[in-house]
Design a protein around this ligand. Structure first.
Ligand SMILES: Cc1cc2nc3c(=O)[nH]c(=O)nc-3n(C[C@H](O)[C@H](O)[C@H](O)COP(=O)(O)O)c2cc1C
Length: 183
């Protein structure tokens, strides 16, 4: 079991990597990264997700196109990714849906966020850079991958061997985001 310092080091070392080398991600690494998503916790264990893995060199540029907004300079780096995981929201189970209605909380989105974070952390542990993308043409992604119109595509995660330098974390100070025993 890794100790507390090591896990914090891993969390600190993960960053959104937006530069990748052409070296493909090995299948065993990709499988462990996916396993980290698959075994993630979710409200009422609903597991409201499907991870569509894309490593096909014909499909990757099409997905990169769907994520890019050239005028804004958004996500044009996605074309360098050698693999992507597309996170589709699936129906939650009955208990999770009832809970979500009663408590007015979108548990499925929380679940997807947790699974995606685990995916990115496992990627980091495997020496693979990642970036979650929330900005993309959802319709286009559905069309490319044959995802039914009724489903929401919540995130795209780009993967690849990073050639980016490690950056210092830019975060709000702890005094602003953490408090003890009162708001
Ligand atoms: C839900 C979500 C959506 C995001 N969408 C994008 C995106 O479309 N493009 C992008 O370059 N980064 C995207 N990011 C990455 C954030 O910009 C990044 O996590 C944040 O600036 C903190 O930097 P770090 O991940 O390097 O620590 C997204 C992150 C999250 C969690």
């Amino acid at each position: 079991m890794i100790d507390g310092t090591q896990i914090l080091e891993l969390i600190t070392s993960r960053q959104s990597d937006r530069k990748y080398s052409p070296r493909p991600v090995e299948k065993e690494k990709l499988e462990r990264i996916l396993e980290a998503g698959r075994i993630s916790p979710s409200a009422c264990n609903a597991q409201p997700w499907k991870f569509v893995v894309v490593d096909n060199p014909q499909l990757l540029p099409q997905l990169a196109e769907a994520a890019s907004a050239r005028l804004l300079g958004m996500n044009t780096f996605a074309g360098q990714a050698t693999a992507m995981i597309i996170v589709v929201r699936e129906h939650a189970n009955f208990t999770s849906k009832i809970g979500a209605t009663i408590k007015n909380k979108d548990y499925s989105l929380i679940d997807i966020g947790i699974a995606s974070a685990n995916i990115c952390l496992q990627a980091e542990a495997e020496g693979i850079g990642s970036c979650m993308l929330g900005w993309f043409d959802e319709k286009m992604v559905r069309k490319i991958l044959g995802i039914p119109k009724t489903k929401r595509v919540e995130l795209m995660i780009t993967l690849g061997y990073s050639t980016a330098d490690k950056r210092e974390k830019k975060r709000k100070p702890a005094e602003e985001t953490i408090s003890y025993n009162k708001y």
